[in-house]
Design a binder for this molecule. Structure first.
Ligand SMILES: [Zn+2]
Length: 120
């Protein structure tokens, strides 16, 4: 092989490797879709479950319920985070109505000062 032929082949090899990489990614994606479809079928009809794959089905089921739990938790946290903040009495620490001017427990003033508002 001449130096020129070697260079040409090296370049072609590099391009082929890139195409191979893309094909492998595409294949991986197709397998994941195939797996999802198989999972759906098995969920509807456990009779068609291939015995060697039951661990994977169990793992997907477990992960699915954990995902649902986490999504619910995030929704609950979002709801709490969007609620107005409690007004805490600086005198006694009791939680007061956000519109209250004075603490109903100890009588401290609950008016916000400039300092409170500017404080991060
Ligand atoms: Zn108070």
């Amino acid at each position: 092989m001449t130096k020129q032929e070697n260079d040409k082949l090296t370049e072609k090899r590099g391009q082929t490797e890139i195409i191979l990489e893309e094909m492998l990614n595409e294949q991986q994606y197709s397998f994941s879709i195939l797996g999802q479809e198989y999972y759906k079928l098995v969920s509807e009809d456990p009779e068609i479950l291939v015995s060697g794959l039951s661990d994977y089905i169990d793992t997907v089921k477990l992960t699915e319920s954990e995902i649902t739990n986490l999504e619910d938790e995030i929704k609950k946290m979002d709801k709490l985070l969007n609620e107005p903040l409690d007004l805490v009495c600086p005198g006694c620490g009791k939680i007061m109505d956000p519109d209250a001017k004075f603490c109903s427990a100890c009588g401290s003033s609950l008016e916000r000062t400039e300092e409170d508002i500017n404080c991060p």
